[in-house]
Design a binder for this molecule. Structure first.
Ligand SMILES: NC(=O)C1=CN([C@@H]2O[C@H](COP(=O)(O)OP(=O)(O)OC[C@H]3O[C@@H](n4cnc5c(N)ncnc54)[C@H](OP(=O)(O)O)[C@@H]3O)[C@@H](O)[C@H]2O)C=CC1
Ligand SMILES: CC(=O)[C@@H](O)[C@H](O)COP(=O)(O)O
Ligand SMILES: [Mn+2]
Length: 387
């Protein structure tokens, strides 16, 4: 029985992870649940799974949780606050930590999980974007496995089973193109939050859905792929594939291309990460190749969707720049979702923050926390200028 900690259990990946666990009660036990503010949903998860430990990072939400669970879930120890959330990642007896929390907040708990010897089912791509070198090195030193949950990276992982890294010619990273595929800047000036959140193929949390529309998500995934598979940026080619059926492909040195296909459903990569190296039966939707329409592929428009170009620039520069890129994006996306800026302003905020804060070398983890804070402050100052 694998003992799991699910960090970010109330979100899109977190709830789908729990769905996978419900279907395999013989394989998994939920030892730890952790989330941030969604106390109502979290309380019902705690009642259902009765973990040993349940943590809400947000103190006010933790207060509400205690009231909700008064006289219930007696076997579960409750805790609240940011430090408790990080400590939950190192809970004794846990075999695998699912990092389904959002954004830079994933870095410290992921590192804690690695350093306490837990395998990682990694959904939180921002952690690898800001600290890929450090995370991969610590994982190797601590003898833990990082199993990708992100659909494209799970596809690479499946395509690479039994292959040598040196045989990789290119990683072909597929991209839906988001809700605005084919549109030009002038058509995006007044894009509404509802239009941005209308992803054509995936149902996900709000932040990643905005990132998909701007192609920042694909940029984050380029950097994530670089660290997971140890390739050069020149070996990662983004291919727009609007149907989201081919989840990604690997081109090998002999000219062969291996692809992983499936219906767009995150439960499959989540289950694969949780059960690897075995495959477990599932009732997830099957592809019907007799009914399938065309699978199409195109080149991304990086002049309109500048998020991808910024990511390659940040990734190639290295050092603190990917952290700067990520922080500026997180600030801009939150402001866009609050209705404070236009969709295209996200690009300007990233661009200006990246040019104001050139890459510095990362010598310690604290360099990244300092850069995240400084870049957020700079990006937030751009919002105040009344864009
Ligand atoms: N959704 C998807 O299909 C995919 C997601 N991913 C990645 O997975 C991660 C999660 O995405 P998704 O599930 O969509 O996001 P959601 O917004 O749906 O969920 C985010 C989760 O993180 C928690 N959270 C948010 N902020 C904090 C914080 N500061 N400290 C601790 N916990 C926090 C939320 O808690 P609460 O709700 O209680 O506030 C919630 O449980 C992201 O990194 C995303 O890029 C990758 C591939 C696909
Ligand atoms: C489901 C998943 O893995 C997302 O990261 C997905 O890739 C988003 O789709 P885009 O290709 O539109 O960014
Ligand atoms: Mn993805």
């Amino acid at each position: 029985m694998k003992q799991l900690a699910v960090l970010g259990s109330t979100g899109s990946i977190g709830t789908q992870t729990l769905e996978v666990v419900r279907r395999h009660p013989d394989l998994f036990h939920i030892a730890v649940l952790a989330a941030n503010t969604s106390d109502e949903r979290f309380a019902s998860q705690v009642e259902e799974f009765e973990p040993e430990l349940a943590v809400l990072a947000d103190e006010a939400a933790y207060g509400r949780l205690k009231e909700r669970l008064a006289g219930k879930a007696a076997r579960t120890q409750l805790a609240g606050g940011r430090q408790a959330f990080i400590d939950a990642a190192g809970y004794p007896g846990v075999d695998m930590v699912v990092t389904s929390m959002m954004g830079f907040s994933g870095l410290a708990p992921t590192l804690r999980a690695i350093e306490t010897g837990k395998d990682i089912a990694l959904a939180n791509k921002e952690t690898l974007v800001v600290a890929g070198e450090l995370i991969m090195r610590r994982a190797q030193e601590c003898g833990v496995r990082i199993l990708p949950v992100d659909s494209e990276h799970c596809a690479f992982f499946q395509c690479l089973q039994g292959e040598r890294r040196e045989s990789i010619e290119k990683l072909l990273l597929t991209c839906s193109g988001g809700p605005f595929r084919g549109k030009k800047r002038a058509e995006l000036e007044n894009a509404t939050v509802a239009e941005v959140l209308a992803h054509p193929t995936w149902n996900m949390g709000k932040k990643i859905t905005v990132d998909s529309a701007s192609l920042v998500n694909k940029g984050l995934e380029v950097i994530e792929a670089k660290w997971l598979y140890g390739v050069d940026y020149d070996q990662i080619q983004v291919v727009v594939h609007p149907q989201s059926i081919v989840h990604s492909m690997v081109a090998f040195c002999d000219g062969a291309v291996i692809a992983q296909l499936g219906a767009p459903d995150m439960k499959l990569p989540i289950q694969y990460a949780l059960t690897y190296p075995s495959r477990q039966p599932s009732t997830f939707e099957r592809l019907d190749f007799w009914k399938m329409q065309a699978l199409t592929f195109e080149r991304p428009d990086t002049e309109t969707f500048r998020g991808l170009a910024f990511a390659y620039e940040a990734g190639r520069a290295g050092g603190t720049l990917p952290c700067t890129f990520n922080a500026a994006n997180e600030v801009a996306v939150a402001a866009f979702l609050r209705g404070e800026i236009h969709f295209l302003d996200i690009y300007d905020i990233i661009e200006q923050t990246m040019s104001a804060r050139p890459a510095c070398q990362v010598t310690a983890l604290d360099d990244l926390f300092a850069e995240d804070e400084a870049a957020r402050r700079y990006a937030a100052s751009l919002l105040k200028k009344g864009r």
